[in-house]
Write a protein that binds this ligand. Structure first.
Ligand code: MIC
Ligand code: SF4
Length: 645
């Protein structure tokens, strides 16, 4: 039997395990990336592991999430990361160089290689044929130290692309269509692979828009073949020597196949408040718009912004609409300036922001109360924009630009014939904002700068024999990491300060949660399906750890968050019978006895609820390695133990 794209890369990087879907495989990691909001903790963890220099082929630290610097905290974090990366052998992408995924695609991505990043949208580089996976910071720290990265061996969903996109329909509409078909849970446990005659009609940045938002499917990653289009992109980036072709075997087998006919696709929008709440834009026309934001790691490439500039040229943004544009990288920004397209945006009244995540992560540009915001981003979870009752729609750059001009949600295909976007033969290449690490000898003498915002990794404890505590929180299905550990301008400055950031844990769901945890000292969280979907931020596990959470009992978990819980030493348990969820309430006193023995014997445990007198069964779906991590008190003590051997 032949191999799929992902299976080929996994096979070439397999360090342990068997390639049987669901069973754990350990992979050799060639490249890592971090961004500033998760990076400071990842480097603190790397330091705690105690290895002096990174062992990967290439590791890069980006500063792109928090550049507001509304206090000393972010500046402290950035200074810490700039100094430690120089010492340990990591490239440092200075603020102003762009969003991690866009820059990584342009300057570092290599077909056939493995990449893990402490950001859930790391699969963006699947657009260039990499196996690129989002992970928690501690997993990235371990990989930087030369350790394997472990995932359950994924199954494969093939998306067959037929035809060719028409006019103002673009890559964003493709992934919205896939989300419509598969939902935010549909990719869990799978790699999504793109195939078919439509593939060669899409450029690498368009493919990257599609793989980027595979994160919203819950997929392990998404990937395109590496073909002549990939070679052209690398050549235009002055990196043709990085090209290796990658195609699936003709007899590769897929667990599921869906088809998207590119020629028939119409503009789509993900309506409030979930990326899979997808409707045709034509059904939403006439809704008044207050704000339009173009950018983010999903849609900020040169192609996207040239298209927007072409649509805005000679026109004025509608009265009552605020249009912001965040270019994805310095390369995109500089090329927009050089060709005059930036001038067209400015002249039309666009508010051009710096090339960072910006409004996507709630760093400014919150809409007005109950306002309607159209965004080319990838997430529209409630409150993520910074305005609790805002109505956020996720759309393509074409729909965004058309709506910015009319002031109402507008189907761009009604604007007539789309002018062709003419891409340059070569991108403007300058890596002058990359700070390269010092050599090993020089590095020894370098000081690490540690401001007062840099606090150590929280204390963990080996798994107790018996867990006896109260339910300190009960939540419903699809709880996102934004619910657990919000981002935004007020909270992001504390990513290196777990005691402080814990004060914000779950506050949008239950403002009393942090205080209740402090009062009780320890607790259990009860959740529904897809608990922890969304981002890779390990703070969504570290803050509960700091607040004394010992276990989370849910109907099901999102992949990265479950791994983060284990890494933090918190036990993830699943209800054997979902009906038992209804019987447990906030404040119930639960006990789970003989935990280590139960885990070793297959993971079946019994929870006794002494408030109701009932008992129910739960299961820990964990590998032997994960059980050992929990027994050691988390991945950090476990890794230290292993590296001391
Ligand atoms: C996001 O889009 O939510 C983030 C911010 O990029 C996160 C990472 C983080 O919380 O720092 C992600 O997607 O992993
Ligand atoms: Fe940044 Fe938004 Fe992309 Fe996350 S989704 S990396 S916040 S641009």
């Amino acid at each position: 039997m032949g191999y799929t794209l992902a299976q080929k890369i996994i096979k070439a990087h397999l360090l342990s395990g068997e390639m049987i879907p669901g069973s754990e495989v350990g992979l050799k990691i060639d490249q890592t990336l971090t961004q500033d909001a998760t990076g400071s903790m990842a480097y603190l963890e790397f330091e705690a592991i105690g290895i002096p220099r990174v062992k990967t082929e290439k590791s890069v630290a980006y500063i792109d999430h928090n550049t507001l610097q509304s206090g000393f905290e972010n500046a402290d974090d950035h200074a810490y990361m700039q100094s430690i990366t120089k010492k340990i052998g990591v490239d440092f992408s200075r603020p102003g160089n762009g969003i991690c995924h866009q820059v990584h695609l342009e300057r570092y991505g290599v077909p056939g290689k493995t990449l893990i990043g402490s950001d859930s949208h790391t699969p963006t580089c699947g657009g260039i044929g990499m196996l690129a996976i989002g992970a928690g910071g501690l997993d990235v720290a371990v990989a930087m130290g030369g350790g394997a990265y472990y995932i359950p061996m994924p199954g494969t969903i093939k998306v067959e692309l037929t035809g060719r996109l028409q006019g103002y329909v673009s890559a964003k509409d493709v992934i919205l269509e896939v989300l419509r078909q598969l939902s935010v849970k549909g990719g869990v446990g799978y790699v999504v692979e793109y195939a078919g005659e439509g593939v060669s009609t899409l450029s690498v940045p368009e493919r990257a828009t599609i793989t980027n938002m595979g994160a919203e499917l819950g997929a392990t990653t998404s990937i395109f073949p590496a073909d002549e289009v990939t070679r052209d992109f690398l050549r235009a980036q002055g990196r043709e020597s990085d090209f290796t072709p990658l195609q699936p075997d003709s007899d590769a087998q897929y667990d599921k196949v869906i088809t998207v006919d590119l020629s028939a696709l119409r503009p789509l929008a993900a309506c409030p408040h979930s990326p899979d709440n997808v409707k045709p834009v034509s059904e939403l026309c006439g809704i008044k718009v207050d704000q339009v934001c173009i950018g983010s790691c999903t849609n900020s490439s040169l192609r996207d912004l040239l298209r927007v500039a072409g649509m805005l040229k000679g026109q004025t943004v509608a009265e009552g609409v605020s249009l912001t544009i965040s270019p994805g990288s310095k390369q995109v920004f500089a090329m927009m300036a050089d060709c005059g397209a930036l001038g067209d945006l400015i002249a039309a009244g666009a508010r051009v922001l710096e090339c960072t995540c910006g409004p996507c992560i709630g760093m400014g540009q919150s809409p007005r109360s109950a306002g309607v915001s159209l965004r080319t981003f990838n997430r529209n979870f409630k409150g993520r924009s910074g305005t609790a009752d805002a109505q956020v729609y996720l759309v393509s750059p074409e729909t965004a630009a058309a709506s910015a001009l009319t002031g109402y949600i507008t189907d761009p295909t009604t604007l007539g014939q789309a002018a062709e976007v003419v891409m340059p033969e070569r991108f403007t290449i300058s890596d002058n904002l990359i700070v390269h690490p010092a050599g090993a000898d020089e590095a020894q003498a370098l000081e690490i700068r540690r401001g007062p915002n840099i606090k150590p990794y929280p204390q963990t404890a080996p798994l107790a024999e018996d867990i006896r505590c109260e339910v300190t929180l009960k939540v419903e299905d699809n709880i996102t990491t934004d619910h657990i550990m919000p981002a935004g301008a007020k909270v992001l400055p504390y990513r290196s300060n777990v005691p402080k950031i814990s004060e914000f844990c779950f506050v949008a769901v239950d403002p009393d949660f942090p205080a209740r945890c402090k009062e009780k000292g320890q607790g259990i969280i009860v959740g529904g399906h897809n608990y922890g979907q969304g981002s890779s931020r390990e703070h969504a596990a570290l803050a509960p750890l700091y607040l004394g959470v010992k276990a989370v009992i849910a109907k099901s978990f999102a992949r990265i968050h479950k791994a983060n819980l284990v890494n933090a030493g918190i036990l993830p348990l699943e209800f054997v019978s979902e009906a038992d969820y209804d019987g447990v309430e906030l404040g119930h006193a639960l006990s789970i006895c003989g935990v280590p023995a139960g885990l070793k014997a297959g993971g079946d445990l019994t929870v006794t609820d002494s408030t109701t007198g009932r008992s129910f069964a739960v299961r820990a779906e964990l590998s032997g390695r994960q059980i050992d991590i929990l027994l050691a008190g988390g991945l950090l003590p476990y890794t230290k133990k292993i590296s001391e051997r």
